[in-house]
Design a protein around this ligand. Structure first.
Ligand code: FNR
Length: 182
């Protein structure tokens, strides 16, 4: 069995990125167990002073979730040409503790715009590289025009996108398996 932690960079209830995340989970085989991390909004703002003396409970939970996962899937929007603050904040808490070290990680950005959140995606990769996450080859996906590829219920209506998501999932799974045999 493979355990994957799924993180949405959007806190919005009807988020297209959350819908994508759920679509990927729906494509997974039985041996892949997904956990959706819902704590982004509960994390305190990163503060080096706090990090030096204590581990707030939501931070401990985030770190534990990542530690216990074989891989991580991030689906994120782009805000103001960058990574959503809540997501960057979470990653900042992981710099000192290092749970993402060598962790197979796939990054998906989606946007209604023709650019697909490419700047948030690139910026996220920079941070993940600094954290030495194992960014899975071809596990990075930039999805433009997301609103025309999902229906009202959040299901994927675009067959090409479905195929791309399946491919990301398979690549991530493969990377997680490799980790198991080390
Ligand atoms: C946006 N949006 C946006 N889109 C984009 O491609 N690049 C950007 O820089 C921004 N900036 C931005 C700022 C703010 C404050 C908002 C509210 C929105 C649009 C964004 O991609 C869109 O709202 C998505 O639907 C958000 O993703 P979720 O919540 O559907 O997952």
């Amino acid at each position: 069995e493979i355990k994957i932690l799924a993180i949405s960079g959007s806190l919005r209830q009807n988020s297209s990125n959350k819908a994508l995340m759920n679509a990927i989970i729906g494509l997974a085989k039985e041996n892949v167990k997904f956990t959706i991390y819902g704590g982004l909004g509960d994390l305190p703002h990163f503060n080096q002073d706090i990090d030096a003396v204590e581990e707030p409970v939501p931070v401990r939970e985030l770190r534990t979730h990542i530690k216990e996962a074989d891989g991580v899937l991030i689906c994120t929007p782009e805000y103001g040409n960058g990574v959503p603050g809540v997501l960057k904040n979470a990653l900042d808490w992981l710099v000192s503790s290092g749970e993402l070290y060598n962790k197979p990680t796939a990054v998906i950005s989606a946007s209604p715009s023709p650019m697909g959140g490419d700047k948030a995606n690139a910026s996220l990769l920079l941070t993940l590289k600094m954290l030495n996450a194992d960014i899975v080859e071809s596990g990075t996906l930039i999805i433009p025009h997301i609103t025309s590829k999902l229906n009202k219920e959040g299901s994927i209506t675009d067959p090409e996108l479905k195929q791309e998501l399946l491919s990301v999932l398979q690549t991530l799974e493969h990377a997680c398996h490799q980790g198991e045999t080390i």
